[in-house]
Design a protein around this ligand. Structure first.
Ligand code: 13P
Ligand code: SF4
Length: 351
């Protein structure tokens, strides 16, 4: 049945020709990833989405990625997510109602728009990107977070960073900001669970959100690896906990991880802290060069929502498109898209 599905995908793709482009994130399972015309991390894929002329952009990824493709493409282009339930649990941790409530709370102790640049990680819903657009803020990805936070400080004295506290903390730490000036803002507590003095002293307020997949990596995984393989090299995604980033040799986006390990000398051994599909694929690709690639955890850290995009959904989507039926379109309402586009464009220009 798998072979039949693969053949159906290839046939439908052929029928659609250059009316279709398939963009694939590095966490996708191999059975669909192999059909992507372009692969990349969030930054690279958003650039592809902004540049393609294809009528249909089918996204092998999660909901916010297909939203970004819709926002950055022209109105007549159609962005499609083969399974609408492929969300990002981290993105869901900063919903607009909580963000608006937090803004009202903060406004009790400071002038929000004069003091704070809101910055959202691209892993967020379009309405939060629009919020940032409305309040002079910007979007970042794992590749450009430091540069974008620096941009934020050029606008105002503080940054409110959503939704990933780990990416915000690691980026701030690299910029030399002391940890006590990066307190966690818990949107479910009065005044974020902080005192007025803590808020006033803060440089970056870190929204209380995280990625459940990367949260599983532990400093002990690295300690054990280094004891067993003193020459081994450790590389992690910045969504990992602070101690993991701190003890890694390299930290960066999915694209950066792939590039760094691929370009390393033959015979090297790597411990990689990011999603399992990427690590398994990398391990296979590096075998001929005698490089050993190990996954950071003993627990299976797979992004279950990324995994919802499977050959069945892809075949169904493409066959419908080939017959002229658009299914699973992702369309951001224009009033939101306009402001979200502004923040994404600010990011593309600044990075
Ligand atoms: P990248 O932009 O590094 O690919 O990260 C996206 C993501 O969702 C990581 O969990
Ligand atoms: Fe979201 Fe984490 Fe999955 Fe990335 S790995 S899409 S941050 S849940």
């Amino acid at each position: 049945q798998e072979a039949e599905l693969q053949a159906r995908i290839i046939a439908a793709k052929k029928k659609l020709g250059n009316r279709l482009v398939i963009l694939g994130h590095h966490y996708q399972q191999e059975s669909v990833y192999r059909h992507a015309d372009y692969t990349g991390d969030s930054l690279k894929l958003s650039r592809f989405a902004a540049e393609t002329d294809a009528e249909y952009i089918v996204f092998l990824g999660v909901h916010f990625m297909a939203e970004v493709a819709d926002i950055l493409s022209r109105p007549e282009q159609i962005s499609i997510l083969p399974d609408l339930s492929a969300g990002c649990s981290m993105a869901d941790m900063a919903n607009l109602a909580k963000v608006e409530r937090s803004r009202r709370e903060l406004a009790k102790v400071l002038d929000f728009d004069a003091t704070i640049t809101p910055i959202t990680y691209i892993n967020s819903a379009a309405d939060l990107k629009a919020f940032c657009g409305e309040h002079g803020g910007i979007v970042c990805t794992s590749t450009n977070a430091t540069k974008i936070i620096e941009w934020g400080f050029r606008q105002r004295e503080k940054v409110l960073f959503f939704p990933d506290q780990n990416l915000g903390r690691w980026s701030g730490y690299k910029m030399g900001i002391p940890l006590e000036q990066m307190p966690v803002w818990d949107p479910d507590l009065p005044m974020g669970g902080l005192t007025e003095a803590q808020i006033k002293n803060a440089k970056i307020l870190l929204w209380k959100g995280h990625c459940a997949v990367h949260q599983m990596f532990r400093e002990q995984n690295i300690t054990r690896f280094r004891a067993e393989h003193p020459d081994g090299i450790v590389i992690s995604h910045p969504e990992s906990p602070f101690e993991v980033c701190l003890n890694s040799d390299y930290v960066g986006s999915t694209e950066y991880i792939l590039k760094t390990v691929s370009e390393a000398p033959a015979g090297t051994r790597w411990l990689v802290g990011t999603e399992l599909n990427l690590v398994n694929r990398l391990a296979e690709q590096m075998k001929p060069q005698g490089k050993i690639v190990q996954f950071m955890s003993h627990v299976i850290c797979e992004c279950s929502t990324m995994a919802r995009i499977d050959p069945q959904h892809l075949a169904w989507t493409l066959e419908n498109l080939a017959e002229g039926n658009v299914v699973n379109r992702i369309k951001v309402p224009e009033h939101e898209a306009e402001l979200a586009r502004l923040t994404l464009q600010r990011m593309l220009d600044a990075s």
